[in-house]
Design a protein around this ligand. Sequence first.
Ligand code: HEC
Ligand code: HEC
Length: 461
Amino acid sequence: MNKLAPALLLLAFLASHAQTTRTLQVDNLFSAPEWATISTLSPLPPLPVDATNKYRDSPAAALLGQKLFFDPRLSGPIQAGTPKEGQLGAVGEAGKIACRNCHMPESKWLFDTRSNAQSSNPGGAIPNATALGSQWMTRNASSLVNTVFYLNRSGAHWRENDGYSDSEWFDAQSEPEGPPVQNGSRLQLAHVIFEHYRADYNRAFPEWPLNSALADYKRFPATGSPYTDKANWDGLSAADKEMVNRVLANYGKAIEAYLRKLVSRNAPFDRYVAGRRDAISADAKQGLKLFVGKAGCVRCHSGPNFSDDDFHVIGLKIDTGRSPHADPAEPGRSANQALICDPATAGGDFSVNGHFSDDPATKRNGDFCTQKIAAGLWRTKGLRQVAETAPYFRSGQAATLEDVIEFYDRGGDSEGTFQGGPKEIQPLHLSAQEKQQLKEFLKTLTGDPVPAQYLRDLHSR
Ligand code: HEC
Ligand code: HEC
């Protein structure tokens, strides 16, 4: 483009804008302001930089992460659940649950089609399932595709529906030890990595070669963490704890490098915004107009991941009749402030300002640690691939997109049935046709599949 062209375009834009902002400028349907909003939703940008993990784009780290993602040996004893519910072994058995069992490559978008798969519920498989790990979890296992794009306008990277962690690596390192998730421990993890992935690990983290003392089970017991088999953990010297914690942090960083490969671009919606006017149907275009207009969805589902990575009260009633393992008393975001902010907690050490961070001076969490956080705030979910990842909302309360749209149309559930302050949404009064159009639009957000090479189980046997 020559130097004048942008100025001329701007003039032309201003001239037409001056006539009336209501003039339909794009595809005979969208005004200039509407199109300007739509243009902020596509395409997906390059991967966000996470300076707190300097290994984020290391191929060796990503390969190690991929192997570990599929390795069930990181998990501890199963505590509940039956084979009929999709449990992966008998109560008491260890070594059965890998990341891949809840974020399943078989399901294409790495969400859960196992837990409760044999439910007798007439809605079919997993109508409102939460995830079955070592125990039932209170939430359903979300898709992991494109989660690296969750990015708050202040630069923070909040993870999970309740903002449990402030980076992808902090999030990943917490999963093996979560009692309802894998119920393992960091000592167990360090042993598995030492015994099965020593060369991969040393390649990925050349500054931190594994210490061969990890072969000594007297000095490093088989299991133990600040939470499970605590006596074993407490028996370690400070230096040995530090060594094991470093392995745990690096484990998280390797997983982050892998999660950065789980990306899907080029949805029909993206092709439409790029100029292919026939890439989405007439109904989907009307749905898009509602999404950025009358239905107000874009207030929260903003940016190319369709999430502001921020926290809102939408007034969702958690009905345990539908999702029997969900917990209506969960407060959401407010529960995690201490975990992330307090350097004295084991969590704080792994936060972006903690001592395992590669950019501990980062200010990306803003004033999070000094805020007063109300109950009932939950993170806006991204909407890419949404048509293929039912059930919806954090606990699977909505079995279908129709249910979700009905929820928003009625302005959420009634006060008193959810934890939290005033709702941020109002009844929409959409017609049946408009509801259908909104759904058609959501169906245009499904992009290309993740490259098959990243869905292969390469874990060492
Ligand atoms: C027992 C099932 C289960 C297993 C095993 C499991 N997860 Fe999850 N995962 C979940 C659930 C449930 C959530 C949603 C929690 C929430 O966001 O409220 C989740 C959320 C996540 C998220 C957050 C995505 C986002 O939206 O920000 C990441 C990242 C993640 N898991 C990675 C992993 C990794 C890596 C492993 C293996 C180390 C793993 N998970 C193992 C159930 C599981
Ligand atoms: C005030 C902010 C806000 C507005 C406005 C909003 N949403 Fe949401 N949306 C959220 C939050 C927060 C969640 C996650 C809630 C939870 O699971 O607890 C969510 C979840 C969803 C989900 C579930 C995704 C999944 O994978 O589970 C869909 C679908 C969705 N919204 C669609 C819409 C549509 C369509 C509109 C417009 C009619 C809309 N949202 C308006 C904040 C908002």
